[in-house]
Design a protein around this ligand. Structure first.
Ligand code: ASC
Length: 153
């Protein structure tokens, strides 16, 4: 090989191999993937819960606060899925094996929840509390539907 080409070939190989490892999982240990998805879900539930308190009349309605909570929840809802990768089914967690044995259904349930939260975030900007209440209910159903099939407890 021409000596000037060697570094180029080396770089292409390094990026190719590194890229393949990354595509497999962005986490260096399954423990970290599990902690990551649980953390995203925890933050999501905190902010969704704050909206729930408004919907139930336990907290006063503050348009900007609800819009912010919904935006954070929607952002969190995009994060967990890459953290259900290889090896993360072998460890103790609330994840049911159906996540991996029925991956297409899991993906569709996850996408539905993301879609519902994106809609809640969009609606929350408008400040129509009745519309927010209705969409909060639809979103909660999407959370529950996925948990019923794919989460212990
Ligand atoms: C929440 C939360 C969930 C969902 C679900 C809706 O606030 O933490 O997992 O709502 O309970 O049924």
């Amino acid at each position: 090989m021409h000596s000037r080409l060697k570094p180029v070939v080396g770089l292409v190989l390094a990026v190719g191999i590194g890229g393949a490892a990354y595509a497999q999982s962005p986490f260096d240990k399954p423990e970290k993937a599990i902690k990551y998805r649980q953390s995203a879900m925890f933050i999501l539930a905190q902010h969704f819960g704050r909206i729930g308190n408004v919907v139930k009349g336990k907290s006063p309605y503050d348009k900007d606060a609800v819009a912010k909570d919904a935006a954070i929840a929607a952002q969190m809802s995009r994060l967990p899925w890459e953290a259900f990768g290889p090896g993360t089914d072998k460890m103790e967690s609330d994840a049911k094996p159906e996540i991996w044995t029925n991956a297409a259904k899991f993906k569709s349930a996850a996408q539905d929840m993301e879609k519902q939260l994106a809609q809640l975030a969009e609606l929350a900007k408008g400040g129509d509390l009745n519309a927010i209440k209705a969409q909060f209910g639809a979103t909660g159903k999407a959370c529950k539907a996925c948990h019923d099939d794919f989460k212990h407890r």
